[in-house]
Write a protein that binds this ligand. Structure first.
Ligand SMILES: [Zn+2]
Length: 183
């Protein structure tokens, strides 16, 4: 950040009085511009024994597969965000819930919140940010072409849980260097 979004003056990166971390502080109006992690919401849309994946038409990870997910918007709930992302990326309608995975990604300042979801019909197609969308059986999942560690981990848990007949909440942290599967 170079300029204050409140008044347009320059900002200085410094620790405000009483704070412990440096913030962007406006040199003119003294507004403190706090920056906090972004929340990504998404879901695993299920249709019978298959799940819906989307092939990304945008960077990062152009051409790789993922579940429908994206940044939550102001004024919506996490469930609404997951349903909206599924509609935008796959033109698919879902009944969202229950909560399935929560991943901290501290080095990207992101938190992933992923739900299980039920496709309401089998009418879907690629949205603007998607090259292709299709249903996969477990043995068809393109594991080497999954876009993100969060999604890969979540899908592995999904199939493990499904084979054991019990889905439970998974919480984990993705570190910079590699892939921590979480629990
Ligand atoms: Zn200002």
């Amino acid at each position: 950040m170079k300029f204050c979004s409140n008044c347009g003056a320059s900002v200085t990166h410094k620790i405000p009085p009483g704070d412990s971390l440096p913030r962007y502080v406006c040199d003119a109006c003294n507004t403190i511009h706090y920056q906090n992690p972004k929340i990504v919401v998404g879901c695993i849309p299920e249709w019978e024994d298959r799940i819906l994946l989307c092939r990304r038409a945008i960077e990062p990870r152009y051409g790789m597969w993922t579940v429908p997910a994206g940044f939550i918007e102001n004024g919506e709930t996490t469930l609404q965000g997951a349903a909206r992302e599924t509609l935008e990326e796959a033109n698919a309608r879902v009944d969202v819930g229950p909560l399935y995975a929560l991943y901290n990604i501290p080095h990207l300042s992101q938190v992933y919140i992923l739900f299980r979801a039920r496709l309401l019909d089998s009418d879907f197609s690629a949205g603007a940010e998607t090259l292709e969308t299709r249903l996969f059986r477990e043995e068809e999942v393109p594991w080497d072409e999954i876009a993100f560690a969060t999604v890969r981990n979540t899908l592995k848990h999904f199939y493990d849980d499904r084979s054991q007949g019990e889905f439970r909440l998974h919480v984990g942290t993705i570190e910079r260097a590699g892939r921590q599967p979480g629990t």
